[in-house]
Write a protein that binds this ligand. Structure first.
Ligand code: PEP
Ligand code: MN
Length: 341
């Protein structure tokens, strides 16, 4: 349920509404908007008796949210959430008019590898560097990532290139480390419904990149985001990375229709991952174009200077020269739909 405050509602009136909600044993979430403040209510199992709130000074309207997810729904917040990442000089926004591109190897393999790729993706226009230090691998015998050593390399990449960093946390233990070293905490497809991990990410001050589970419906995806936001972290970036289907010409089926669905249903930004979404290098460029055309707020792309020697996901990693082409082409598409890249 949402309590909509009048335009000129005072901080004291908003505080009174929040206190009353807390007295009812529920959780208030005050959300100041461009026009007015809305106070969301969570923690209720059924319908909330709103009569006590309707009459409080400054309250203009009570809206019952029909979606099972509340805080992440458009009903709760009309304006787009723009996730801002601030550095010493630079600021990057995800969810604004500019399409934001994150790029780098699947895994951080060495200092030299990470710095080489980072220089190349930066030159092509990427703003955020990706690279896993903790890798969730299907086989326990596959490369599991460099762990904290990898995070130190990522911190050096930030230092030397000015790129922001996104990297995955696979459990609550690694989340504490990832949080300390990087700018965006990635929660992978395999962990989309790891509810204790989601709650922990919700307590972080850092933005979270939440990937869609490989068999998750969009409702389950948004409910996972709700876990993070309900713990107090509003900065969630959703990522469509493909779902498992019967198709065998790709690794996953990139569900691009998720993008307009999310845009209509939620205020959170959504980006696309055509690398894991297809699993094949030659399909990354066309699906990147398509994702931007569909309205994606950004892309996350695996790039490797020697993909044949990559320790993970070589077949879907594109060469730096291909990444340059991708950046140019998506800029053209962004322009057609009134955005920039
Ligand atoms: C990744 O980004 O490297 C990754 C493992 O992605 P996903 O969780 O989407 O499989
Ligand atoms: Mn990968």
């Amino acid at each position: 349920m949402l309590v909509v405050m009048e335009r000129g509602a005072t901080p004291e009136q908003i505080e009174t509404v929040c206190r009353e909600i807390a007295n009812m044993g529920l959780n208030p979430h005050a959300l100041p908007g461009a026009q007015r403040t809305v106070v969301g209510i969570t923690g209720n199992l059924g319908m909330v008796n709103s009569s006590r709130l309707e009459t409080l000074p400054g309250v203009i309207e009570i809206i019952h949210v029909t979606q099972p997810f509340k805080l992440v729904s458009r009903e709760f917040k009309k304006e787009d959430t723009v996730v801002k990442i601030k550095g010493d000089g630079d600021t990057v926004e995800i969810g604004g008019p500019k399409v934001c591109v994150m790029a780098g190897p699947c895994a951080v393999e060495s200092r030299e590898q990470a710095l080489t790729i980072a220089e190349k993706v930066k030159k092509a226009g990427a703003k955020i560097f990706r690279g896993g230090a903790f890798k969730p691998r299907t086989s326990p015998y596959s490369f599991q990532g460099l762990g904290e050593e990898g995070l130190k390399i990522l911190a050096e990449v930030r230092e030397q290139t000015g790129l922001f960093i996104v990297t995955e946390a696979v459990d609550t233990e690694s989340l504490g480390l990832v949080e300390a070293y990087t700018d965006i905490i990635q929660i992978g497809a395999r962990n989309m419904q790891n509810f204790s991990l989601l709650k922990r990410a919700g307590k972080s001050q850092k933005p979270v990149l939440l990937k869609r589970g490989m068999a998750a419906t969009l409702e389950e995806f948004l409910m996972a985001a709700e876990y993070i936001v309900a713990e107090g972290n509003p900065n969630v970036i959703l990522c469509e990375r493909g779902v498992r289907t019967f198709a065998d010409h790709t690794r996953n089926t990139l569900d691009l229709s998720a993008i307009p669905y999310v845009e209509r249903t939620s205020h959170l930004p959504i980006i696309a991952d055509p690398s894991h979404g297809t699993g094949r290098r030659e399909k990354v460029l066309p699906m990147s174009r398509a994702a931007v055309a569909a309205g994606a707020d950004g892309l996350i792309i695996e790039v490797h200077h020697q993909p044949e020697a990559a320790l993970s996901d070589g077949p879907e990693s594109i060469y730096p020269e291909q990444f340059e082409v991708l950046m140019k082409e998506i800029a053209g598409i962004a322009q057609v739909i009134g955005r920039t890249a």
